[in-house]
Design a protein around this ligand. Structure first.
Ligand code: NAG
Length: 154
């Protein structure tokens, strides 16, 4: 039980870090020859970064907003979990942590879906590690959220 909680805690922290890296790093798509990559904020070619040609689009702004919200909710869920770990009565479920983490999952779902739909497939490009991290976070945040809902405090 304690091992399980510790495991979830570690995976939760990893998810927060991955969400952060994924959102910050401008490596959502990479040109096949490796010379250029684009993310949520910048278009980087050979080490120098400019604005994206579609930087003003509402769809991109939504992706940025939902990824930032997902970071906020994943951190919030972690804080709530630590708080519940010390204050909640034994036998209760980590319902609030789980619910908060599922909100984070929803934000990742919406953000990454919009990106996948609109920007993830320019010709001559492949997916970068930010994009892959974001989908891994999508899976992890769901699993963590559900485990929090299921687990009881011992
Ligand atoms: C990124 O920059 C390169 C080189 O300046 C340009 O050819 C490309 O169209 C730009 N792509 C986007 C999405 O801004």
């Amino acid at each position: 039980m304690l091992v399980l909680l510790a495991g979830i805690f570690v995976v939760h922290i990893a998810t927060v870090v991955m969400l952060f890296v994924s959102t910050i790093a401008n490596v959502w798509v990479v040109k096949n020859d490796g010379s250029s990559s684009q993310g949520l904020w910048k278009n980087c070619t050979n080490g120098s970064c400019d604005d994206l040609s579609y930087s003003g689009e509402d769809a991109l702004k939504s992706v940025q907003a939902f990824m930032i919200l997902s970071i906020i909710f994943s951190v919030l869920a972690l804080v709530v979990f630590i708080f519940q770990l010390f204050t909640m009565e034994k036998g209760n479920r980590f319902f609030l942590s789980g619910a908060t983490m599922l909100v984070c999952w929803l934000c990742v779902l919406i953000g990454v879906s919009i990106y996948t739909n609109r920007y993830a497939h320019p010709s001559g490009y492949h997916h970068g590690y930010s994009f892959i991290l974001a989908w891994i976070c999508f899976c992890f945040s769901f699993i963590i959220g559900v485990l929090y809902l299921v687990l009881r405090k011992k």
